[in-house]
Design a binder for this molecule. Structure first.
Ligand code: URA
Length: 247
């Protein structure tokens, strides 16, 4: 019998916008599993269990929405978090009418790109796939097309591959490119297997250069160039199809 943590169940029900809201409601005794109040968000729920939400005194049955997998080719100008002030990829997700409203509400981005970065973003409601892609031990590679402000030398590539120290919000990190190959005087394809915030831009700053254009062209074995977006900026895939492309 398939099991799932209560917090994940609540998020895949499409009833709650943020995991935090769902957890707080559980803590306040608003979630019932098989008729009993469960406050612990880590509680293990069987998929056949009856999960209800007490909303304004009424019990509302919460059903798991189907697993959904979307690959986006994100345009520049969209943030990957929900936002009321900036254009967000969630507005693009909301326009995908092949996916019903409630299921759309369960979707989240696996990792983030900066607002001005283009390219591959996986959007799903499958927490296991997301964990597999995000956990550092998985060493999932991310490939970027980088255009720099100034010419790049072979020496610069050697520095990027040898490792540079970057300073991000959570402190200093020594990070390396697994591969870096010159595509032109100012452009390179860079492969990394970590995901520190603004990592590529900070790596270029560390070698005294500046990123002027950034596009994620690969995640694992998934390559942007091999996908047929049919004139749109997203593709909906089955789990098996996506896994075959990624791993
Ligand atoms: N590195 C960056 O600097 N920005 C991104 O959006 C992704 C990787």
């Amino acid at each position: 019998m398939a099991k799932i943590r209560l917090r994940a169940y609540l998020m895949r029900s499409g009833e709650f916008g943020k995991a935090h809201d769902a957890i707080v409601l559980a803590k306040f005794g608003k979630i019932l599993v098989n008729g009993k109040i469960v406050r612990n968000p880590e509680f293990s729920v069987k998929t056949k269990d009856k999960v209800e939400f007490i909303d304004k005194g009424q019990r509302k049955l919460l059903k798991l929405k189907p697993f959904t997998y979307i690959v986006f080719n994100k345009p520049a100008g969209f943030v990957c978090q929900k936002s009321k002030v900036e254009s967000s990829i969630y507005e693009l997700i909301d326009q995908i009418r092949e996916i019903d409203f409630e299921t759309r509400k369960t979707l989240f981005c696996v990792g983030r790109l900066d607002k001005d970065t283009e390219g591959l973003v996986i959007v799903t409601n499958d927490g296991r796939l997301s964990d597999r892609l995000m956990k550092p031990e998985s060493h999932i590679t991310k490939t970027y097309l980088v255009k720099a402000d100034m010419d790049l030398s072979q020496d610069d590539l050697i520095k990027l591959k040898g490792g540079v120290t970057i300073k991000s919000e959570d402190g200093k990190h020594f990070v390396k490119a697994l591969e870096a190959k010159l595509l032109g005087e100012k452009s390179t394809e860079l492969v990394i297997d970590e995901g520190k915030k603004r990592q590529v831009k900070l790596m270029f700053e560390a070698i005294g250069n500046k990123v002027v254009y950034l596009k994620r062209v690969g995640i694992g074995n998934l390559r942007l160039e091999n996908l047929d977006f049919k004139g749109r900026n997203y593709i909906i895939l089955e789990r098996q199809e996506l896994e075959k492309l990624l791993f």
